[in-house]
Design a protein around this ligand. Structure first.
Ligand code: FUB
Length: 438
């Protein structure tokens, strides 16, 4: 059993929310004032894993935040070498889920089982449980996987009366026994959701409840890449009604679209992934989050993935403008800072007078006196900084071959939460890494 007890601070904001490693299939859980995210962990295939073109996952980390902006990595909680029944050469620790039960945290994870006598490759995909006293761990994996349960992508749903259900692709919903280490074998405690599309793979189901209605959401390979679709019901065992798609395929052709949905401080959030840090290989993914809104009749409004993501950004942090809320129609673009290291992040490139990038929801604790803009060469020209459409600074960027931090006086700015805009005020080209207010 491996558990990281010490958390490491990982201050990030915007999408992707995890920026020092690949992460996928995020399962989010609200515990008190914090949101915990249990993703799977994509890695580059090591020498002892032959499938260089496939998912490769050997362990899980857990992350948490109390402001949806700064996420802490609590370290590794379960890995394929320490979970007794898991094939230690499987690299198949796929989408997990974690829920609280009787004051303990039950982490459900799928993995390839150790080969049994007579089996050459492995014992197939099974679902295991690891238990902890706290959401960040340490987690103790059970000796054996769940009896009678095979497959991937377990989701645990807890109804208002505390009854737990295991939801599996298929899609099946099965009552769990009170130990949460076994599922009921009574056919009356099991329901298959038939009202899902029969054409195109349906996987990664996630069941949640909102205003008394059950929402069975799932990735669906409608054409090629997966969209997110859903069914609704008044009762957990249906009948469900297919409601269609609420999240389209990823623009960057990431084939998978695994997700989870939580309500936190009165707002509903979607956690999902795409391959922003690995544009050429969609099996190295990164976790993102965006808000979800409902129509009056309870249906889910289409969710548009954003770069800005969720949470408030502090004005004295390094504001990553490239995670913009809106961009002018022409004259600017977003590019990787280092083409050989995508984890270094992005820059905003302005190349036409009047081009702008807007970044919403910045908290100014005090009215700022100056602004610093980190500039990447080659750059030259003048940028205007606006707070809610009012110009508060003009930053002159001299032609320079070095990375520089250009500083300018701010006047007329106010404190509070505001939208920020950066506008190219001259001809030329300016490449912005980040900006920050003092
Ligand atoms: O991450 C591996 C698999 O890809 C998950 O289990 C699926 O849901 C898909 O996201």
């Amino acid at each position: 059993m491996t558990a990281a007890l010490l958390g490491s601070a990982l201050a990030t904001a915007q999408n992707p929310i995890i920026r020092d490693q690949f992460s996928a299939d995020p399962s989010a859980l609200v515990v008190g004032d914090r949101v915990y995210v249990f993703p799977s962990h994509d890695i580059k295939a090591p020498a002892d894993y032959a499938r260089k073109d496939w998912f490769c996952m050997a362990d899980y980390h857990v992350f948490s935040s109390d402001n949806l902006t700064d996420w802490t990595d609590h370290g590794m909680i379960v890995d394929q070498w320490s979970a007794p029944w898991v094939n230690e050469k499987g690299y198949s620790m796929w989408a997990p889920d974690c829920k609280e039960h009787n004051g303990k945290y039950y982490f459900f994870f799928p993995a390839g089982a150790k080969p049994q006598p007579g089996q050459r490759f492995g014992g197939g995909n099974r679902v295991g449980v690891a238990i902890a006293d706290n959401p960040e761990g340490p987690y103790i994996p059970q000796e054996t996987p769940l009896e009678g349960v095979g497959g991937i992508d377990p989701c645990i749903f807890v109804d208002d009366d505390g009854q737990g259900y295991l939801v599996m692709p298929g899609i099946t919903i099965t009552k769990m026994n009170d130990d949460w280490l076994s599922v009921s074998t009574d056919p009356a405690d099991r329901h298959r959701v038939e009202e899902v599309p029969t054409k195109g793979l349906v996987e990664g189901p996630y069941l949640f409840k909102h205003n008394g209605k059950y929402y069975m959401t799932f990735p669906w390979a409608r054409d090629v890449e997966e969209v997110l679709a859903y069914c609704m019901a008044d009762n957990i065992f249906g009948p469900y009604k297919f409601m269609g798609v609420f999240f389209e395929e990823h623009a960057n052709k990431c084939w998978t679209n695994h997700h989870s949905i939580i309500e936190y401080k009165g707002q509903t959030y979607l956690f999902y992934h795409h391959n922003e840090f690995s544009p050429e290989f969609d099996k190295n993914r990164s976790v993102c989050a965006d808000s979800i809104f409902f129509e009056e009749d309870g249906t889910i409004r289409m969710v548009k993935p954003t770069l800005r993501g969720i949470g408030v950004t502090q004005s004295d942090s390094k504001i990553q403008l490239d995670r913009y809320s809106a961009l002018s129609n022409s004259g600017d673009s977003i590019a990787y800072l280092e083409p050989s290291n995508y984890f270094a992040g992005w820059k905003t490139v302005f190349f036409e007078e009047g081009a702008w990038a807007q970044y919403n929801t910045v908290n100014f604790k005090k009215a700022p006196k100056s602004v610093t803009v980190k500039i990447v060469p080659p750059s030259a020209g003048t940028l205007e900084i606006l707070q809610d459409d009012k110009v508060i600074a003009s930053v002159n960027v001299p032609a320079d071959r070095q990375v520089i931090e250009a500083k300018a006086k701010v006047s007329g700015a106010s404190k509070g939460i505001h939208h920020l805009k950066v506008r190219m005020a001259t001809q030329g080209k300016i490449q912005v890494d980040w900006l920050s207010f003092e």
